[in-house]
Design a protein around this ligand. Structure first.
Ligand SMILES: NC(=O)c1ccc[n+]([C@@H]2O[C@H](COP(=O)([O-])OP(=O)(O)OC[C@H]3O[C@@H](n4cnc5c(N)ncnc54)[C@H](OP(=O)(O)O)[C@@H]3O)[C@@H](O)[C@H]2O)c1
Length: 274
């Protein structure tokens, strides 16, 4: 691909079904819960884990999109549990579904996260702040607590993946509180990694802008300009994040825990802001 005088070498993970199907069956026989999985990054992670052999439980608030998402996954190896990630009863139900339908839990991907506000921190409404913290941070911890109480870690190879963001690593003016919660998620993962070792590995992913509904306001109408800040010359795709997630949850990452893996097309290396 040639853009102006710059040659951008395409360096993406396989996104076509045939290539993904040809990938190794690293998650054969394993059971995963992926939260916030009716679209975007969560759906790509669920699809990738399923393509690599896992049975998956998908959650999100609205049932219809969840049903549509599940319809595209291997029949018999997918269940959906609609509900809000911040609701303890919903978390209990999702975990019970994984255990009851598939016999246990090997992987938890705590992906659901929200950011309903935009503006300077000095104007941040505390009720909104509490709500974001509740879903992004306490929700993530709640999923971990529930999954561990239901036996995550009793079988070999257990892994937890939390969804942080580059906004948790560098200043993110305008979405500052979201960044604060994502910094907390990263630290939560690091601390849990030590507390849950050696039975469960815990890592986090920190993506930059990925083309999803969630991030649309950050690039729509000026995508080329935004992409030009990325050394790899493009925004992220959900599949880029899914590939990293599938690795971190697999035995290939068997000696990797407590890490926050940045998936950002080189943005931070180039000194970019989130
Ligand atoms: N896209 C990016 O640029 C980017 C960058 C860094 C980090 N992230 C993080 O990646 C994660 C996924 O983002 P995304 O871009 O994939 O978003 P997305 O495309 O908007 O998808 C969000 C998913 O989460 C579900 N969801 C939202 N709020 C929920 C809640 N309270 N409880 C349960 N499910 C909920 C949504 O379904 P319902 O609406 O039906 O609930 C949907 O399935 C988030 O944690 C986000 O902070 C995204």
């Amino acid at each position: 691909m040639v853009e102006g005088s710059t040659r951008v070498i395409e360096n993406a993970v396989p996104v076509d079904d045939a290539a993904v199907a040809a990938a190794r069956a690293r998650h054969e026989g394993r059971v995963a819960i992926v939260t916030g999985a009716s679209r975007g990054i969560g759906l790509a992670i669920a699809r990738r884990l399923a393509d690599e052999g896992a049975s998956v439980v998908l959650t999100a608030r609205r049932p219809e999109p969840l049903e549509e998402a599940a319809a595209a996954l291997p029949e018999g190896r997918v269940r959906i549990v609609p509900g809000n990630a911040q609701d303890p009863a919903h978390r209990r139900e999702a975990v019970a579904t994984a255990v009851g339908e598939f016999g246990g839990i090997d992987i938890l991907v705590a992906n659901a996260g929200i950011n309903p506000v935009y503006g300077p921190l000095l104007e941040l409404d505390h009720d909104a702040a509490r709500k974001i913290f509740e879903v992004n941070v306490l929700g993530t911890l709640g999923w971990v607590q529930e999954a561990c109480a239901a036996g995550l870690g009793e079988r070999d190879g257990a892994a937890i993946l939390a969804m942080s963001s580059v906004t948790g690593a560098v200043a993110s003016p305008g979405i500052g509180w979201y960044g604060v919660t994502k910094a907390a998620v990263a630290h939560l993962a690091t601390t849990l990694a030590v507390e849950l070792a050696p039975r469960v590995r815990v890592n986090a992913l920190a993506p930059a802008v990925v083309r999803t509904r969630f991030a649309r306001a950050l690039y729509e109408g000026h995508e080329e300009e935004v992409a030009a800040r990325y050394p790899l010359g493009r925004l992220g795709r959900p599949e880029d994040v899914a590939a990293a997630a599938a690795f971190l949850c697999s035995a290939d990452a068997g000696w990797v825990t407590g890490q926050v893996l940045t998936v950002d097309g080189g943005l931070l290396a180039a000194g970019g802001v989130a």
